[in-house]
Design a protein. Structure first.
Lengths: 113, 115
C-alpha cells in the first residue's frame, strides 16, 4: 500500500499570506503511460463532503479559484494557497490514484491566525 | 454536471450488515469508477473500494476484503456498498465518489453501529 505523509499536520496563517502543504509518497506516482502524476488534492470544510481542488498533481478542477495551485512529481507534491482567504479554512487531503488501494494523506488543518 | 445522491442515515446493531446506495444524475455512469470512502468521527478519509460498472469486477482495499461488497446497476445508474459484520469501529460517514481523482462526491451517509 502506498503511504502518503502530509506536512504540517496543521498551520495557522494570516489572511493574505501564502500557505504551503506538502505530501510525500512512499512510491513514485508517475503514470508512465500518461506521463502525469496520479495525485489529487481535496478540501473538506466542517460538516461537508470533500471537494476536489487539484487533479493530475497540477490541474485545477472546474470552478476552483486560481489562488490554489498544485505542483510536484514522482514522490513529492505541494499544494499552495497563494493568498489565504477566510473561506479557505478547512482540512486538506492529498490522494493517490496510481495504485489500488487508493490512499489519502492524514490531512492538514488550515486556520486563520 | 454529475451529481451523486446517497441513501439516508442508518443505525445498525453489531454483527449486522448495512447497504448504502449512490445514484448518479447527469453525466456518464458506466464507464467511470465509483469509489466508496469512509470517514470515522474526527478522523481522516479512508478508501474502501470501487467499481467501474462496464467492467463489473470491483476492487477492495485489503482491510475490507471479505466484509465489503460493491455492486452497480447500470440500468438505474446506482452503485451500492454493503458492509457486513459491523462493529462499533465502523461508525462513520460513508461517501461515494466518481473517477480516479474523486471529482464528484455524494453528500455522505452516516452509519451508526450501536447495541
Amino acid at each position: 500500500e502506498i503511504v502518503l505523509t502530509q506536512s504540517p499536520d496543521s498551520l495557522a496563517m494570516s489572511l493574505g499570506e501564502r500557505a504551503t502543504i506538502k505530501c510525500k509518497s512512499s512510491q513514485s506516482l508517475l503514470d508512465s503511460s500518461k506521463k502525469q502524476n496520479s495525485v489529487a488534492w481535496h478540501q473538506q470544510k466542517p460538516g461537508q463532503p470533500p471537494k476536489l481542488l487539484i487533479f493530475w498533481a497540477s490541474d485545477r478542477a472546474s470552478g476552483v479559484p486560481d489562488r490554489f495551485s498544485g505542483s510536484g512529481s514522482g514522490t513529492d507534491f505541494t499544494l499552495t494557497i497563494s493568498s489565504l482567504q477566510a473561506e479557505d479554512v478547512a482540512v486538506y487531503y492529498c490522494q493517490q490514484f496510481h495504485t489500488t488501494p487508493w490512499t489519502f494523506g492524514q490531512g492538514t488543518r488550515v486556520e486563520i491566525k | 454536471q454529475m451529481q451523486l445522491v446517497q441513501s439516508g442515515a442508518e443505525v445498525k446493531k453489531p454483527g449486522s450488515s448495512v447497504k448504502v446506495s449512490c445514484k448518479a444524475y447527469g453525466g456518464t455512469f458506466s464507464s467511470y469508477a465509483t469509489s466508496w470512502v469512509r470517514q470515522a468521527p474526527g478522523q481522516g478519509l479512508e478508501w474502501m473500494g470501487g467499481i467501474i460498472p462496464i467492467f463489473g469486477a470491483p476492487t477492495y482495499a485489503p482491510r475490507f476484503q471479505g466484509r465489503l461488497t460493491i455492486t452497480a446497476d447500470e440500468s438505474t445508474s446506482t452503485a451500492y456498498m454493503e458492509l457486513s459484520g459491523l462493529r462499533s469501529e465502523d461508525t462513520a460517514i460513508y461517501y461515494c465518489a466518481r473517477d480516479g481523482a474523486l471529482n464528484t462526491w455524494g453528500q455522505g451517509t452516516l452509519v451508526t453501529v450501536s447495541s
